[in-house]
Design a protein around this ligand. Structure first.
Ligand code: 3HC
Ligand code: NAI
Length: 696
C-alpha cells in the first residue's frame, strides 16, 4: 500500500486517508494509493469507501510540480472514472480546500459531505489550464450550466454552504472529516442508499456558449484558459455522451498544457510564494508590531493607514494642521466606507476602526508608543529629513522608521538621523489599501530584524512584499520609466499614443502608458522630468509633446483633459484631438520624419525596453532574482499574469531574439538601447532568466 494513502477497515467501510502534506496534492503516489485502495476495498468485499484527507485539507488539486514533466500512470481522469465506476458506495468527506483535481475526485465520488469551513472550487484556469479530470463535465451536471461556467471560468472558491445550495455537496456537518464521513456512510448504508454516479446523470442544459466564450475572453484580457474552459463545459451539454464530453475536455486540457500562458501562470503561482522568502532572513525574527504611525494623510498616507486598520493595527496619523488631520480622517473614513459597502467589514468594525483604531494629531509626541512608522509626506528631501529628525526625537528605541518615498535616496534619509539601522523603505502603491505590491527597500545600514519586520508587515497587510535595493525609482518605477520612454519615442517617431495604448491593452495590460499618465496626473511626471533635466545626458533623446500638453494646463483626468478627454459621467476618455498637433510640432522642431509602426513592432519595442531595464535591475543586484521583478510588475503595474512577468515573457520569446532586436534598435539610438550586460551574458551562456531563479 502506498504511504501517501493509508488504508483502514471500519466494519463494512474501507477508509482511505490521504497523507501527503502540506496540501494532499494528487501526486503520483497519491493516485497510486487511491487506485490501490479502491481495488482492495472491492476485492475485500467492503460495502463502501470513505475518502478524506489528513492534516489541513482534502486534496488541494493535482501536483502542480508535475506539470510539464512526462505524465505517469495512473492518470487522474482515469482514476476519477474508476472511482465513479466502483460498485461500492464511495463517499468523500471534505475539509480545508477541495480544489481542482481534489474537487474532481470528490465529484467522482457518489456522495459528498463537508465541514462548514470547507471551501471548494476549480481554480485550474488560474494556472493556465482547465479542469482535466471530469470537472467540466460533472460540475454542470450537479450545479447547472450557468453556475458551473461561473465557477470554472473564474476559478472562484465557494463555501460549503454555497456548495450545498448549488447541489455540489450533499450534506454539511460539524466535526472532523473522518468522524462526519464515517457517520454519513453508515447512514447511507442503513438507508440502503444506491451508488449515485454524476457521470450517469442527465446532460446539463445548453446556453449561448459562443457569447459566453467571447465575454470570457474579453474579461480575461486575452487569457485563453478561462475562455477554453467554456468550450469544455459546452461539451458537457452538447457531446453525444458523457465519455465523449470527457474526451473533449481532455483534448482541450492538453492544448492548454502546451501553451505559453500555462507556463506564465504557473511561474506566477510559484514566484508569488517564493518572492517573500529571503535566504538572508532565515532565522531572523521580526520585531513585534502592535501599532503603527503614519506621517502625512494625503493619497498615500490615508491609503496606508486604511490598509493597517483593515489588518487590525491601530494607527496614529500625523498631519501638519488641524484642517489637514480632519481631511486625512475624511479620506480614511471614505476608504473604510468602501470596505463596508463591499462587505469586507461590518458596521461595528467600521465604528471600532474609525473610533478606537484611528488617532489623528498634529503632535509628533503621539507617536511615542508606535512600533513602526511610515512617512508619506511630500516627495522632497528637505521635508523628509525634517520629518525623520522629529521621528528620531519622538519615537521609542527599536521603532522601525519607514519612508514611502518613490524616488528619493533612502540612504540619505537614514544618514540624517542618529539611528540609520532602523530606517527602511516601504514603498506602497496607490491606492495603498487596494494594490497588492509592497517594495521593501533595504538601505545600507538597515538592520536584518528591521528588514524582517518590513516583510512581516507586508504579510500582515496581505501584500506581496518584494525586496529592492536603492536606485532611482527602485525596481518598479525605474523599469516603468524605461518602457514609458520607449512609448514616447514610438510616438515621436510616428506611432500615435492611441495605437500604443491599444497595443499594450491588447497584450493584456489594463491600461496603456498614455491613459495611465492621464490617470496618475501628467503633472507628476512633468515635475520629475524637470527635476532630472539638469543631470540629463546630452545623448538622450527628449520628446517634448508631453511637456507641451502640460504647459497648456492639461494634466489628464484631474483637469478633464490630457491625452484623452474625459466627459463627466462617462467611463474612460476619447482621444484629445489637440494632441496630434502637439506631436507634429515636436516632430518638426526635432526634425523627425514620422513613419508607420506595425502593431507587432510597437509591442516589441515596448517589451524589449521593459526587459532590458529589468535585466539591468537584476544585473545590478537591485532585484535579487528575475522573479522579484516579475512579481513587482504583476502586482504593481498590471502586467498580465498569464505571461508570468516581463522576464518570464522574455524567456518564452527567446533571449537571443530579444537581444538581437535591442541591438537593431540601437542602430537608431544607441544611448537608449544599450543592451543590459546580464542579458548579453545569459545569451552568451545559453541560459534563461529562469535558470537564475533556480540558482543556476
Ligand atoms: N501542487 C503542488 N504544490 C502545491 C499545490 C499543488 N496543487 N498547492 C499548494 N502547493 C504548495 C505550495 O507551493 C506551498 O509550497 P511551499 O511551502 O514550498 O511554498 C505549500 O503547498 C503551501 O501552499 P500555500 O503557501 O499556498 O498555503 P495556503 O494555506 O496559503 O494555501 C491552497 C493553500 C489554498 C491550497 C493554495 O496553495 C492553492 O491555491 N493551491 C493551488 C490549488 C490549485 O490550483 N489546485 C488545482 C491544481 S491543477 C489541477 O488540479 C488539474 C486537474 O484539473 C487535472
Ligand atoms: P500628497 O500630497 O497627497 O500627501 C502628502 C501629505 O503629507 C499632505 O497631506 C501634507 O499635508 C502632508 N505633509 C507634508 N509635510 C508634512 C509634515 N511635515 N508632517 C506631516 N504631514 C506632512 O502626496 P502622496 O501622493 O500621498 O505622496 C506621499 C509620498 O508617497 C511621496 O513621497 C510620494 O512620492 C510617495 N508615493 C506616492 C504615490 C502616489 O501614487 N501618489 C505612490 C507611491 C509613493
Amino acid at each position: 500500500m502506498s504511504e501517501a494513502i493509508a488504508y483502514e477497515r471500519v466494519g463494512e467501510i474501507a477508509v482511505l486517508k490521504a497523507q501527503n502534506p502540506p496540501v494532499n496534492a494528487l501526486g503520483i503516489e497519491v493516485r497510486k494509493g487511491l487506485l490501490a485502495g479502491i481495488e482492495r476495498a472491492e476485492v475485500e468485499g467492503a460495502k463502501a469507501v470513505l475518502i478524506y484527507g489528513a492534516g489541513r485539507t482534502y486534496f488541494a488539486g493535482a501536483d502542480i510540480r508535475e506539470f510539464g514533466k512526462p505524465p505517469q500512470a495512473p492518470y487522474l481522469p482515469g482514476l476519477c472514472s474508476r472511482i465513479e465506476a466502483s460498485p461500492l458506495i464511495v463517499v468523500s468527506a471534505l475539509h480545508g480546500t477541495a480544489l481542482g483535481g481534489g474537487l474532481e475526485v470528490a465529484l467522482a465520488s457518489h456522495y459528498r459531505i463537508a465541514v462548514p469551513s470547507a471551501r471548494m472550487g476549480l481554480p485550474e484556469v488560474n494556472l493556465g489550464i482547465l479542469p482535466g479530470a471530469g470537472g467540466t463535465q460533472r460540475l454542470p451536471r450537479l450545479a447547472g450550466t450557468e453556475a458551473a461556467l461561473e465557477m470554472i471560468t473564474s476559478g472562484r472558491h465557494v463555501s460549503a454552504a454555497e456548495a450545498l445550495e448549488k447541489g455540489i455537496i450533499d450534506k454539511i456537518e460539524d466535526g472532523d472529516p473522518r468522524g462526519i464521513g464515517l457517520a454519513y456512510v453508515q447512514e447511507l448504508l442503513q438507508m440502503g442508499a444506491l451508488r449515485r454516479a454524476v457521470g450517469e446523470m442527465r446532460a446539463p442544459e445548453a446556453v449561448d456558449f459562443d457569447a459566453a466564450y467571447t465575454a470570457t475572453l474579453k474579461k480575461g484580457r486575452g487569457q485563453l484558459s478561462s475562455a477554453t474552459a467554456v468550450r469544455a463545459v459546452q461539451a458537457a451539454a452538447e457531446a453525444e455522451s458523457f465519455e465523449a464530453g470527457l474526451k473533449r475536455e481532455r483534448a482541450l486540457f492538453m492544448e492548454l498544457m502546451e501553451s505559453d500562458q500555462r507556463q506564465g501562470l504557473i511561474h506566477a503561482f510559484f514566484s508569488e510564494r517564493a518572492v517573500s522568502k529571503l535566504p538572508e532572513l532565515e532565522g531572523i525574527a521580526p520585531r513585534e508590531v502592535a501599532s503603527m504611525g503614519v506621517i502625512g494623510g494625503g493619497t498615500m498616507g490615508a491609503g496606508i493607514a486604511t490598509a493597517a486598520l483593515l489588518a487590525g493595527l491601530p494607527v496614529v496619523l500625523i498631519e501638519m494642521t488641524d484642517d489637514a488631520t480632519a481631511a486625512a480622517r475624511g479620506r480614511i473614513e471614505g476608504n473604510l466606507k468602501g470596505a463596508l459597502k463591499r462587505g469586507k467589514i461590518t458596521e461595528a468594525q467600521y465604528d471600532q476602526l474609525t473610533g478606537y483604531g484611528l488617532t489623528v494629531s498634529t503632535d509628533y509626541a503621539a507617536l511615542s508608543q508606535a512600533d513602526l512608522v511610515v512617512e508619506a509626506v511630500f516627495e522632497d528631501m528637505g521635508v523628509k529629513r525634517e520629518v525623520f529628525g522629529k521621528l528620531d526625537t519622538h519615537c521609542k528605541p527599536g521603532a522601525v522608521l519607514a519612508t514611502n518615498t518613490s524616488y528619493l535616496d533612502v540612504d540619505e534619509i537614514a544618514a540624517s538621523i542618529s539611528r540609520p539601522q532602523e530606517v527602511i523603505g516601504l514603498h506602497f502603491f496607490s491606492p495603498a489599501h487596494v494594490m497588492k505590491l509592497l517594495e521593501v527597500v533595504v538601505a545600507k545600514d538597515t538592520a536584518p530584524e528591521v528588514l524582517a519586520t518590513g516583510f512581516a508587515l507586508g504579510k500582515r497587510l496581505k501584500k506581496v512584499a518584494v525586496r529592492s535595493g536603492i536606485c532611482d525609482g527602485f525596481i518598479g518605477n525605474r523599469i516603468m520609466n524605461a518602457y514609458r520612454k520607449a512609448a514616447e519615442y514610438l510616438v515621436l517617431d510616428g506611432a500615435s499614443p492611441y495605437q500604443v495604448d491599444a497595443v499594450v491593452t491588447g497584450f493584456g495590460f489594463p491600461m496603456g502608458p498614455f491613459a495611465m499618465g492621464d490617470l496618475a496626473g501628467l503633472d507628476i511626471n512633468w515635475a520629475a522630468r524637470k527635476r532630472r533635466a539638469p543631470a540629463r545626458d546630452p545623448r538622450e533623446r527628449v520628446p517634448r509633446f508631453y511637456e507641451m500638453l502640460c504647459e497648456g494646463g492639461d494634466f489628464g483626468q484631474k483637469t478633464g483633459k490630457g491625452f484623452y478627454i474625459y466627459e463627466e459621467g462617462t467611463r474612460g476618455g476619447v482621444p484629445n484631438p489637440q494632441v496630434a498637433g502637439l506631436i507634429a510640432r515636436d516632430q518638426e522642431e526635432q526634425d523627425v520624419t514620422p513613419r508607420e509602426f506595425p502593431d507587432a513592432e510597437v509591442l516589441r519595442r515596448y517589451m524589449c525596453a521593459m526587459v532590458n531595464e529589468a535585466a539591468k535591475v537584476v544585473g545590478e543586484g537591485i532585484a535579487r532574482r528575475p522573479l522579484d521583478v516579475d512579481m513587482v510588475m504583476l502586482f504593481g503595474y498590471g502586467f498580465p499574469r498569464f505571461w508570468g512577468g516581463p522576464l518570464k515573457w522574455a524567456d518564452l520569446q527567446g533571449l537571443d531574439d530579444i537581444l538581437a532586436d535591442i541591438r537593431a534598435y540601437a542602430a537608431e539610438d544607441d544611448f537608449f538601447w544599450q543592451p543590459a550586460p546580464l542579458l548579453e551574458q545569459l545569451v552568451a551562456d545559453g541560459k534563461t532568466f529562469d535558470d537564475l531563479n533556480k540558482g543556476g
